[in-house]
Design a binder for this molecule. Structure first.
Ligand SMILES: [Zn+2]
Length: 79
């Protein structure tokens, strides 16, 4: 069983001199579409710095998705 989404990775190569904003974008997209690796605390920090919602309790786990403020709306999930 593999969570690796090779097609997504081919289509989303991280630019060599990416900005923090680009990296945050990349990691949020990655969490949504692939998730071949857990999101490390450093990545969570990067995402937060760029306005993404990062549940502390889920950092370093595999299956969570950062929520960007722009994506918020009526689809808010209640737990
Ligand atoms: Zn991946």
């Amino acid at each position: 069983m593999s969570k690796f989404n090779a097609q997504w990775h081919l289509a989303h190569v991280m630019p060599k001199h990416s900005t923090d904003q680009q990296r945050a974008q990349w990691h949020s997209e990655h969490a949504l579409h692939c998730g071949c690796r857990a999101i490390a605390p450093s990545i969570a920090k990067l995402l937060k710095a760029n306005g993404y919602e990062v549940p502390e309790t889920l950092v370093a786990r595999w299956n969570w998705r950062p929520i960007h403020p722009d994506a918020r709306g009526p689809r808010e999930v209640a737990h």
